[in-house]
Write a protein that binds this ligand. Structure first.
Ligand code: 0GZ
Length: 306
């Protein structure tokens, strides 16, 4: 019997009919941050999960990719699937080479299992430090994983809240691989962009081998307006943070949809309007091409770089 799952109360489902973006994504655009959820009947959610989502499977992800004009995806293992990467691997397998993945693994993983993941398109692991998403993040276990994956040329995707960087910084700096920061390190957008927390984050990025996803204005914004009803200037309080990172690190920024947008509480954005947000933070064609095509291709499909 297949397991039936009941969504977390007040769960917001992904936006069903996104608008067609006005901003034309350049050929070769990579969405470096998206997830698949199940479907739960085929790929059950993990017993230790902190939320139970709606289904958001590979067919729906690929339909969104094509609708928005995205060329390739990087699937990031969602915490609701724990360390069972099979839904993501199934999606990568079905993508005809147009997807890579970031896995969650346990410290006892073997080299042969890692090689198998590499051959399936995995290029990194994710370390998550948000207490509302994971029970614990034991640093000694994460270090063990880091040293096992480093020889494969992988990187580590880190997800943390801006206020926690001070405590985590030394641990991150000692990791033996490049780091990719989810959602700009989740700055508090009520603080000024040149306030102490974001200054710390920019310094951390500058001093280390760090790439930054300038994703998720819809998560970071406190004042909106939401990307709904044709709004072409949404999330104004998040804009200065994205602009600043792109201006300082044009060769180390990445963009992603974050579809299907787990755990949003206020509203579910129109993904077409989230594409129209990009030129608000990447203001020149040169910045846009680096953000959307050159940087992610270098990181995830290095064989394609001339
Ligand atoms: O902020 C979140 O709730 C969230 C959750 C997950 C996940 O559950 O994997 O991934 C994200 O990128 C963001």
């Amino acid at each position: 019997m297949t397991e039936q799952f009941t969504k977390t109360p007040d769960w917001l489902d992904w936006y069903p009919n996104p608008s067609k973006p006005r901003f034309a994504l350049p050929q070769g655009t990579v969405d470096t941050h998206c997830h698949v959820f199940g479907p739960g009947a085929t790929f059950p959610f993990a017993p230790e999960r902190k939320y139970t989502p709606c289904d958001a499977g590979k067919d729906q992800l690929f339909a969104l990719r094509d609708h928005l004009g995205i060329s390739r995806n990087v699937l990031v293992q969602a915490t609701c699937h724990g360390a069972d990467n099979s839904a993501m691997l199934d999606a990568i397998d079905a993508s005809n080479g147009r997807a890579r993945g970031i896995a969650t693994v346990r410290p006892d993983i073997t080299h042969d299992e890692l090689v198998q993941l590499h051959n399936s398109g995995i290029r990194g692991v994710r370390f998550n430090f948000l207490k509302r998403l994971v029970n614990t993040s034991p640093k000694d276990e994460l270090r063990t994983i880091a040293h096992k994956i480093a020889p494969l040329g992988w990187h580590i995707v880190i997800y943390f809240e801006g206020a926690d960087l001070e405590e985590l910084e030394a641990f991150f700096a000692a990791l033996p691989t490049p780091l990719v920061v989810d959602h700009m390190g989740r700055p508090d957008t009520s603080q000024p962009v040149d306030g102490p927390d974001f200054t710390r984050f920019l310094r951390f990025t500058d001093k280390n081998d760090v790439w930054v996803k300038v994703s998720c204005p819809e998560r970071l914004s406190l004042t909106g307006p939401p990307a709904l009803n044709g709004e072409l200037r949404p999330y104004q309080d998040a804009v200065p943070f994205g602009r600043r990172v792109i201006a300082e690190f044009p060769d180390r920024v990445l963009w992603g949809t974050d579809w299907p947008h787990p755990n949003l509480k206020d509203h579910m954005p129109d993904d077409g309007l989230l594409v129209d947000y990009i030129p608000l933070i990447a203001e020149t064609p040169d910045q846009q091409h680096k953000l959307l095509v050159d940087n992610p291709t270098r990181l995830y499909w290095p064989g394609d770089v001339a």
